[in-house]
Design a protein. Structure first.
Lengths: 269, 98
């Protein structure tokens, strides 16, 4: 083996997990475009490796949130019924959709993420700052069906594209369930591991998770997630945010072109 | 419905420790597999694959742990929800078989 591909994959995973952590989003949304556009790696392989990265980031980042009692584990397990069911459906649909359309869906999700990042997140009205650990279902229950529906969509998209689907979970948490941002970020991070594992298991059984690609990605993600959590507070957020809006739009355009077999960027490794 | 957390404050700590040490263990297995692959080739890749399987199973174990902890705390409703999540995950694994 020559180690250069592994090193490149490790570096990509480290960088994306680190920056993803700084911006409060999962690394998957960057990993799949980078692997397919720069690495010329097959889409299904990239999605499989990215799912491993999502699990690694979720597991590596969960402990501090749990320690601070920011994670609402009861709400998480309740919503996980919807996300895992969505993932189960997504695993089946993924085999049926031609990669061309997956690229188009990915491009749209990237655009949606760019839009979400540009419009900075506001604390939802009447957000309850009650302890994250007590689940007052009386308050959330009226909007729970909407929240569950969005979570089902998040699980489906996660299995199809190998992303954490924060882009769908965040509106679900903010708008439908009205949780404080810190609580919803921690709870979302806790949930994406289970969601991604539901589909990663199926991808693995099908032989679509290739160790030479996924192993360096997993390691890089753990290192990136741990470092990202350390320096979370020290980076000025606005410039970073703007930079990422641009990157997301560029990646979205290139993913759209890739759907038609056009790749403007030279292969990297 | 309000759930009193004070009666079993260890839930978060147990899950946090499980995910923390699970991540370290799986990462070490993958790292040693990659290191071995430089030398031993196929054996190394097999070890690394085992590490990836550990990572995929870690969330399943986390849900199983929640199931046990909820049952122990006599929170049967949440225990049932955890059991449902676990069965959906396992179903996905088995139905994924070509």
């Amino acid at each position: 083996m020559n180690g250069s591909l592994e090193l490149w994959l490790f570096a990509v995973a480290l960088g994306t997990s680190l920056l993803g952590g700084l911006l409060g989003m999962a690394s998957g949304i960057f990993i799949v475009p980078i692997l397919t556009i720069f690495g010329r790696i097959d889409l299904h392989t990239a999605v499989g490796a990215s799912l491993i990265s999502v699990i690694a980031c979720s597991c590596a980042g969960a402990a501090p949130f749990l320690q601070d009692r920011l994670t609402n584990i009861r709400l998480a397990i309740l919503l996980e019924t919807a996300t895992t069911f969505g993932a189960l459906c997504g695993v089946f649909v993924a085999g049926l959709i031609p990669p061309k359309y997956l690229f188009v869906i990915f491009a749209l999700i990237l655009l949606l993420s760019a839009q979400q990042m540009a419009a900075r997140r506001k604390e939802p009205p009447r957000a309850k700052l009650a302890g994250a650990s007590d689940l007052d279902l009386g308050c959330a229950v009226q909007r729970l069906p909407l929240g569950m529906a969005l979570m089902y969509g998040a699980g489906l998209i996660s299995a199809l594209l190998g992303i954490g689907s924060g882009v769908l979970k965040i509106p679900a948490m903010d708008t439908a369930l009205r949780l404080p941002i810190k609580v919803s970020s921690a709870t979302s991070n806790f949930m994406i591991g289970v969601t991604a594992a539901a589909s990663a298991g199926a991808y693995f059984v099908r032989g679509e998770i290739l160790t030479p690609v996924a192993a360096p990605i997993a390691l890089g993600s753990v290192v990136g997630a741990v470092l990202g959590a350390r320096i979370l507070m020290k980076v000025p957020n606005d410039k970073l945010r703007l930079m990422f809006v641009c990157i997301l739009v560029i990646l979205s355009a290139q993913m759209m072109l890739a759907a038609f077999g056009i790749n403007l960027i030279e292969a990297a490794p | 419905m309000k759930v009193d957390i004070a009666s079993h404050p260890r839930l978060e700590q147990t899950l946090g420790a499980l995910l923390h040490y699970g991540t370290i263990f799986a990462s070490c297995v993958i790292a040693s597999g990659l290191a071995l692959s430089l030398d031993a080739g196929a054996t190394g890749w097999r070890v690394a694959t085992a590490g990836l399987v550990l990572f995929i199973l870690l969330p399943v174990v986390r849900v199983a742990a929640m199931l046990i902890l909820f049952l122990r705390a006599r929170e049967y409703r949440f225990g049932a929800i955890a059991a449902l999540v676990m069965s959906i995950m396992l179903l996905s694994f088995f139905l994924g078989t070509p």
